[in-house]
Design a binder for this molecule. Sequence first.
Ligand code: P53
Length: 475
Amino acid sequence: MSLKKDFLWGGAVAAHQLEGAYNVAGKGVSIMDVSTGGTKDTPRRITNGIVEGEYYPNHEAIDFYHHYKEDIAMFAEMGFKCFRTSIAWTRIYPTGLEEEPNEEGLKFYDDMFDECLKHGIKPVITLSHFEMPYHLVEVYGGWRDRKLIDLFVKFAKTCFERYKDKVEYWMTFNEINNQANYNSEGSIYGDSGIIYTPEDHREQVMYQASHYELVASAKAIEIGHQINPNFKIGCMIAMCPIYPYSCAPEDILMAHKAMEKRYYYTDVHVFGKYPPNITKLWERKGFDMDVTKEDLEVLKKGCVDYIGFSYYMSFAIKQKAENIYYDYDESHDLVRNPHVEASDWGWQVDPVGLRYALNWFTDHYHKPLFIVENGLGAYDKVEENGEIHDHYRIDYLRKHIEQMKKAVDEDGVDLMGYTPWGCIDLVAASTGQMSKRYGFIYVDKQDDGTGSFDRSRKDSFYWYQKVIKTNGEDL
Ligand code: P53
């Protein structure tokens, strides 16, 4: 038996990708409520407020808001020990600026968490998962503004106080390091609610917003630990290990420097301070950063209890001769890895990379780890009799769980749990599609918004049930 007896098997989702009910019970407009549908090749667009005639897939999503009892019962049937979701900031503070929280919003999560607990499922909660009040984008430009720190901390405190007896496991910002890809408009919008202007120096804007978020995270963690010393509060990092394309020393160093820039967030979360490679980079580039002495004190006091991370794919990189400082620009520098295959969306499938990631985090940080997302987005086919034979998904998950077990068994990694992404089909974050499916549970909802919302069990549902039952022994 390699995994702990109380290993947290479960599944993961995020509020905006499944709840729907976007304007129900006092909820405000969130940044994802103004994001249109896209495809693999056509990016989602951010509209100026909600525009009539546009299609916004998150408005209804899979209507978990009205189906959660049925859905949680199915999670329980699979044997989930935990369920990772997020709290929509806009249900609690519709514009972000209210002094008092919206009671109806708080009540929804009370009821939903009670439903989980009734089935012996522990909620694992992300406070900010690609979501914030759209109003804060309009008035402050999102996390460009230091004011966001206090607004977020107010929201976090409200949640910690209200759910202190129902939720033990928390995370502050989902995939806070996605925006390390500072040239991607989608990444900074999801992480920070920032819409770039032509005048922006994108890299500097990104480091500044990230700094405010890291300070907000640390403040929230300090307050959370005061509210309930038993809370386990983690960070959430999108882990795509960056491999050197070859054993040329320049490629090795390039991969190393790229890893520093993509993962310095973890250093700040775990050690409470910036690594010198980042402060040197700011200096060299002449970034005039708003980082105060008080901020640096705050960072020290709000370190994480564990590292939550997502793992879908690995990257590979080559050094280019003209890049003399080994600066990392994710939008230009990555190359295809010939040793691994890719999903229909071009995500490189690499199970061994998960073991590498677990080892990398352990060697750097010596903290408990929690795999809070992993999975394969794929097209599913519903057979005439209604069955869905998703052997490709089972194959992906099985290979990743095998590597995860080796990391525990052979490498001694301290692993808390595993929550595959999109345990029930939901709206894809990058493309807004329903057809990029991750679930064990199929939802009859299509890219054009049609569908009955009926739920059904895929083959992977029964397979995962067996995996949990045997604590990962029978794969
Ligand atoms: P979708 C990029 C790279 C790795 C993970 O993604 C990412 C992203 C941004 O899309 O996001 C996480 O739905 C994220 C989830 C998201 C999931 O991966 O684009 O935390 O919200 O749904 C899968 O296929």
